[in-house]
Design a protein around this ligand. Sequence first.
Ligand code: ZN
Length: 310
Amino acid sequence: MAQYGIHHVTAISGEARRNHDFYTRILGMRLVKKTVNFDDPGTYHFYYGDETGQPGSILTFFPWAGAPQGRQGVGELQETVFRIPQASVGYWTHRLMANGVQADAQVERFGEAVIGFRDPDGMRIALVALPGIENEPGWSNGDVPAEHAIRGIHGVTLLLEKGEATGAILSDVFGFTEAAKEGTTTRFHAPGTKIGGVVDLRVVGGFLPARQGVGSVHHLAFRAEDDAAQEEMVRKLAANHGLQTTEQRDRNYFRSVYFREPGRVLFEIATDIPGFAVDEPASELGNALKLPDFLEPHRAEIERVLPALA
Ligand code: ZN
C-alpha cells in the first residue's frame, strides 16, 4: 500500500537562536538538518524531527529576525500537533510550566487529550496524548528523557473559509479519508499512517484572511513515496481539480512541487527519498552546516552572515 500522510510543516520564526533553543532544548526535538534557505542563502533553514528525521516527524523553520509578525486568519495552517505518550502528560505539563511556556487548559478533541501552547514567536503548537505509542522509539539528547520524547507529528489544523474543495484534494490526491466531524471541524485521516496521518479542516466564516509573517506557517508538505507517485498526484490535481503545480525543485533531502490549494494554503508534495542521511551520517545529523553543491563555493560568505546559535 502506498504511504501517505504529512511529510513536513514549514514555518517562519523570529530570531534563530531562540527558535533553535525552544525546539531542541525545551521540546527535545532533534535538529536533523542545519542548512540555509536555498532561495535566500543568508537565512538558515532548520529541520527538527525525530532521530532519523522520518517523513511525518519534521517541522522546519526559516528564521527571519526582524520580519513583521504574522496575523492568524483563514487560509492558513493554524496549529501543528505533536504526539506524546499518554503517560507523559504530567511530565509535559510540568516541563512547559517550568520553562515559562503558558499552556492552555487540556481539552478533548475527537476523543483525544490535547494541550495547546505557543512557541516564542506565537506559533500555535499542541501535544496530543496517545495510548499505545510509548514503545515507539523516542530520541533524547538529554533534555527530554526518551520515554517522554515527542513521537512525530500527529496532525495539523487548517483554518478555512470553505472546506469542500480542500477535502476533495485530501481524499482524491493524498490518500486521506473523511473520518469524523466535531463542530465545524472535519477530520481527515490517512489510513495506516502512524505519524502525520491527520488533517483537520476547521471551517469558519467571516474571519480576516491570514497575513504571513513571524509565527506563521509557510506551507504544508504531503508525502509521495517517489517521483512516480508525485507525478501521479500532479496528474490528478490537473485532471480532477484544475490545479497546476510548479516544476519539480530539488531540495537535496527530497524533491518537491508546490501549489496553492483552493482554501489558499500553500501545499507541497515532497518525495520520501532520498532523506536526511544523504549528505551526512545518521549519527551526525544536524551538527554541521550543510549546503547544496551550488552554494558550496559561497560557504565562507554564508557562514559569516548566519547568526551564531550558541
Ligand atoms: Zn517544504
